[in-house]
Design a protein. Structure first.
Length: 138
């Protein structure tokens, strides 16, 4: 890809909406906590706007709400998530693999390793932070 084409693509790409614009307040503001509807709405909005974001429902919470998983990775990796997950499951217990199989799986994994995180929204007097981080951490 030529540098000019890449620059043109970057300039025409719509920037993601900031958490503060979606929530109506800056995450981390004292006594301000995003509710489930705001958090899930923000996650789904990002997924609709960006090919780098995908939101899946893993099941239901005890309150009957969808339990969501947000995956942020390149579009190439989005297309091969099932293969990446299958390989990660094999790498979790490599004793079942030969040395050749192990090296083959490692060679096909994304360069940047995934970080799986969950967030809970707690409504206690001590809970001061919003459920959405102000910027992603890698």
């Amino acid at each position: 890809m030529t540098p000019f084409l890449l620059l043109a693509l970057l300039q025409t790409a719509e920037p993601p909406i900031r958490p503060s614009a979606a929530l109506g307040f800056e995450p981390g503001t004292d006594s301000m906590l995003a509710d489930w509807r705001q958090v899930s709405g923000y996650m789904n909005d990002l997924a609709q706007r960006s090919p780098y974001v995908r939101v899946d429902t893993l099941g239901r919470t005890t309150e009957g709400r969808p339990f969501l998983l947000m995956t942020i990775t390149s579009p190439v990796n989005q297309d091969r998530l099932a293969d990446i997950k299958r390989a990660q499951a094999l790498l979790a217990d490599p004793r079942r693999l030969t040395d050749g199989e192990l090296e083959d799986i490692r060679a096909k994994q994304p360069e940047r390793r995934a970080s799986w995180r969950t967030r809970a929204i707690l409504r206690t007097p001590r809970s001061r932070k919003s459920a959405i981080p102000s910027r992603p951490s890698f």
